[in-house]
Design a binder for this molecule. Sequence first.
Ligand code: INS
Length: 378
Amino acid sequence: MEHTPLRVAIVGTGMIGAVHRRAARDAGADVVGVLGSSPSRSADFAERWGTASAYGSFEQVLADRPDVVQICTPNGSHHDYALRAIRAGLNVVCEKPLAITASEALELVEAVEAAGVVATIPFAYRYHPLVRELRARRIAGEFGDIHLVHGSYLQDWLLDPLASSWRVDAALGGPSRAFADVGSHWCDLAEFISGERFTAVSAVTTIAYPTRPAPSGPSFGGAGSSADAPRLEVTTEDTATATFRTASGGVGNTVISQVSAGRKNRLWVEVDGSRGSAVFDQEAPETVWLGHDRGSTILNRGEGDVSSDQARLNLVPAGHPMGYRDAFSAFLADTYAAVRGEAPDGLPTFADGLRAARIIDAVLESASSSSWVDIQED
Ligand code: INS
């Protein structure tokens, strides 16, 4: 059915703001305005992105009454922007982490309930068709009882000791970096595919370099830095390893890093059960590995008995590669469907963002106390 396009405002013009803008258009929205870190940056991006409005302030965003506000600013500002938008009765998409503490994330969830708005978080990897295929097969019992969930999310952009950005500055990025930025994706995807719930964690974190150049450039975006820039003391982790207990008595394990040479977005989840195993690899999302009693097979997207959940997300015929951009726009399309009153299955909401914030808090607490920490439930 054709709908009148929803009016979307984008707050933040960095790398992820650009992803939101493109995906919003792919999902059929009208991107009506942009707020950057300064009026001139708003004007610059309004021209580049072809939006009608270049907002001078967040008040102007609220006054424009867009159908959805998409928040893509540094982590430390998410809570404030999201809360103001929710209290103004606007629907929100907010980047992860929702807030830099679990208690602030809980405040957002409560505000969403009070306001009755739609509020989602881009755990967009849930929208790869083969992720849905594995989830559907797990629900149908193909893998049996899940006793082990493991994998990693590895990047290398902070291997360079001169690399810096707001993400490295705890005042802007929050007390967790690698785990909040990409470990949160791993946990969400691992629980989504496996259906397991992590109940407690034992974590170790490390920092590769004690100082980095202080980030320069616009606080919403740029990764600028130089050798003679003032030094910033680094207090957030470059690596985290975490072992989890699962609700059904199994175990989970992940390795999270932003200092692993050659790794870009190596998000990888393996689920091992009593009847079979499965692997999803984000850098090769058109195939999954299946382990079974006869050995192993590679399943291509679109092949075999395609689940209805996979079929819904298969936008192009098998053999024409789909990927990150399609997953992101499918996530936004479901967000917009929810704004229109539908209830799409598997849509990541602020409740999932709170879940991630609680896991992040527990990881940091475990690492600093060298002990097992329970992950808070409702
Ligand atoms: C990654 C990736 C993730 C995003 C992270 C980023 O490169 O694009 O989807 O959430 O912030 O570091």
